[in-house]
Design a protein around this ligand. Structure first.
Ligand code: GDP
Length: 700
């Protein structure tokens, strides 16, 4: 079967925005005006199609990266929903990996907000070309020019305005399209009455200013694009719209410039032009060029493939969702090759076969069956059993691993208990499903108390998960207070000798080890080095020693929190012909490490967050003073008009409930964002307080 849409006419895009900038409303309008959606939902009436999870509707924020599709002028546009809240960074990164381009939505009143910056930087890191939409032009205080400027100052971007607004706030009624040199006007019905006036008369009141902006636009593009520069030098007025468009496209694909369009999604103005900009300026899968992977389990052997149907099949699983009707859905992006429903592929990580039973295209919570998926396509698969987020699915004859996605370790945990016996089983099932969908959400049992502990990237992340448990799985559970995921380490070194000997009739036990425990490099976890010589411990027992050490280290020694960034060097030992065993050496290793830790200058580590607050001048002192009380460290401050942008490192333990606190302190006039940055040593007095609260007798 031939392709229905040529690959050059495909766009895989994401919409990135600060919460409340209007991402959901924009997505809805894109679907509606491209003819995909027949009824318009409103975020505030809770019917938005993309936000299909019940509690997302209430919160009005989008957490799940669903994918949906629409057609525009013969182009096929896949929209991959990227989450906006920072607790879901991992999801943002995952979805950026599979996008070719993105639309950044900013509010015309607020301009660039802290959260948008983080997402923008991530997009930069993954070289995702972007265009921007300045939304909410209808709001009181809307200022297109200022919003574009904030992209320059806050994001270090090179925005180029492709349009200029006619009127603002209540009076916003149209725009000048600087590229096609035409005027677009709307009445109160918005897009339903999209009026294009193609000749702007010189006498028109906007003509002079708009001329100036067009000239600026051409000049900026020419300064970056040699081809346009040549024409510009020759005769600026001879440059055609098509030539200008091509030049802007080249600069956008190279991430040199960011085209900016404007509108108001809520009032239905500007959506069609946004769709035009998506197809005009954002890349197709072919524009992204060749891509590289490696041979499974041979990270040094690179394989280069082209985004082409004739190449071997390669796809990346970027999202798992449990759908109440069809079960487990695996969202994939196909990079090359093609596959038919029912065919088998191989999962490069597990080496096992997966049958892609059904292939479907998602449209919010509706779905269409597809016969096949081809290079550049995004679709959901039913039938994958062992595939998780980040796995590569490929041709069994041509196995390849695409870059594996790394996920940060969760920093907050909460104890959770089922309310009744009946809830117990449901809780277990819910937790398995939820952690299956979300690699940054973990579940473990506390050995001592028997409690179940859930861990995630932040308070909100866990709140949402608990909420989903209630709604989707009907589990009633009592939850504890959020707790910080501390770690321990050692900063010095200690050498210990340990014998494990049992003589109790029958066969005895014997193992003897000498080892050194010391602090290692950052982010190395646990490193084990065997330096024994002359077979004092037979090679076959060495893995058992390592296993014993690892078990002790992973479950934590002085504080009960997992130990990280330490090295164990095994230097000597002895064994017994009859009594030695794996078990004996494992116990000896574990005992030795437990004995060494308190002597090696142990320390408690805590997650430290990078916090950014944007606040009106008059509250600056308050916010900084408050950081002091929270053991924060100021890292920078910048003023922007009458607001200050304050950056600080603050321990996570001091940040619980910050949202409410900040709101009270600043009469709700500050916004903030935070993300995990690093682990750092807890000062001794604070660490000892934590030990005391935990009921531990240990003191640093
Ligand atoms: P998201 O959190 O980024 O997905 O943003 P939403 O689409 O949920 O929008 C947040 C709020 O802004 C909702 O109350 C919308 O109705 C409102 N909103 C969205 N677009 C516009 C707009 O163009 N103008 C105005 N005035 N409000 C808008």
């Amino acid at each position: 079967m031939p392709r229905t849409v040529p690959i050059e006419k495909m766009r895989n895009i994401g919409i990135m925005a600060h919460i409340d900038a209007g991402k959901t409303t924009v997505t809805e309008r894109l679907l509606y005006y491209s003819g995909r959606l027949h009824r318009m939902g409103e975020v505030h009436d809770g019917a938005a199609t993309m936000d299909y999870m019940a509690q997302e509707r209430e919160r009005g924020i989008t957490i799940t990266s669903a994918a949906t599709a629409c057609e525009w002028n013969g182009f096929h546009v896949n929209i991959i929903d990227t989450p906006g809240h920072i607790d879901f960074t991992a999801e943002v990164e995952r979805s950026l990996r599979v996008l070719d381009g993105a639309v950044a939505v900013f509010c015309a009143v607020a301009g660039v907000q802290p959260q948008s910056e983080t997402v923008w930087r991530q997009a930069q890191r993954y070289h995702v070309p972007r265009i921007a939409l300045i939304n909410k032009m209808d709001r009181v205080g809307a200022d297109f020019y200022k919003a574009v400027q904030s992209m320059e100052t806050r994001l270090d971007a090179h925005p180029i305005a492709l349009q200029w607004p006619i009127g603002a706030e209540d009076e916003f009624c149209g725009l000048i399209d600087l590229v096609d040199w035409r005027m677009v006007r709307w009445d109160k019905d918005g897009e339903e009455n999209h009026q294009v006036i193609s000749d702007i008369a010189d006498s028109d009141e906007f003509a002079e200013e708009a001329e100036l902006h067009r000239h600026e636009l051409i000049e900026t593009v020419a300064s970056v694009d040699d081809e346009l520069m040549e024409k510009y030098v020759h005769d600026e007025h001879a440059i055609t719209s098509a030539e200008l468009k091509q030049a802007i496209r080249r600069c956008t694909l190279a991430s040199q410039l960011t085209p900016v369009v404007l509108g108001t999604a809520l009032r239905n103005k500007g959506t069609r032009l946004l769709l035009d900009a998506v197809v005009d300026y954002l890349p197709s899968p072919v524009d992204m060029g060749e891509f590289t992977g490696t041979k499974p389990y041979e990270p040094d052997t690179e394989i280069v493939l082209k985004p082409d149907d004739s190449e071997p099949f390669v796809a990346l699983a970027f999202k798992i969702l449990s759908d109440p009707h069809v079960g487990r859905l695996t969202f994939v992006r196909v990079y090359s090759g093609q596959i038919k429903a029912g065919q088998q592929v191989i999962n490069a990580r597990t080496g096992r076969k997966e049958r892609l039973g059904r292939l479907i295209e998602m449209h919010a919570d509706e779905r269409t069956d597809l016969q096949e998926l081809r290079a550049g396509d995004i679709g959901a698969v039913i039938g994958c059993k062992d595939t998780t987020t980040g796995d590569t699915l490929c041709d069994p004859k041509k196995p390849i691993t695409l870059m594996n996605l790394e996920f940060p370790e969760p920093v907050v945990h909460i104890a959770i208990e089922p309310k009744t016996k009946g809830d117990q089983e449901k809780l277990g099932r819910a937790l398995v499903r939820l952690s299956d969908e979300d690699p940054t959400f973990r579940v473990r049992a506390n050995q001592e108390t028997g409690q179940t502990i859930i861990a995630g990237m932040g308070e909100l992340h866990l709140e949402i998960i608990i909420d989903r448990m209630r709604r989707e799985f009907n589990v009633e559970a009592s939850v504890g207070r959020p707790m910080v995921a501390y770690r321990e380490t050692v900063r010095g070194s200690a050498k210990v000798e340990r014998r494990f000997v049992r003589q109790s009739g029958g066969r005895g036990q014997y193992a003897h080890v000498v080892l050194t425990l010391e602090g290692g490099k950052k982010n190395t976890g646990f490193v084990f080095v065997d330096k024994t010589t002359g077979g004092c411990i037979p090679k076959e027992y060495i893995p058992a020693v390592e296993k014993g050490c690892r078990q002790a280290i992973e479950s934590g020694i002085v504080t009960g929190y997992p130990m990280v960034d330490v090295q164990v060097t095994l230097t000597y030992g002895s064994y017994h012909e009859v009594d030695s065993s794996d078990m004996a050496f494992q116990i000896a290793g574990s005992m030795a490490v437990k004995e060494a830790a308190p002597k090696a200058d142990p320390a408690l580590l805590e997650p430290v967050m990078k916090v950014e607050v944007i606040v009106p001048d008059e509250y600056t002192g308050d916010v900084i003073g408050d950081f002091d009380r929270r053991r924060g460290r100021l890292i920078g401050m910048e003023s922007e008009g009458n607001t200050q942008v304050i950056n600080a490192f603050v321990p996570l333990s001091e940040m619980f409930g910050y949202a409410n606190d900040l709101r009270g302190r600043t009469q709700g006039r500050a916004t903030y964002a935070m993300e995990f940055d690093h682990y750092s040593v807890v000062p001794k007095p604070v660490a000892n307080e934590i030990m005391e609260k935990m009921g531990s007798g240990f003191r640093f």
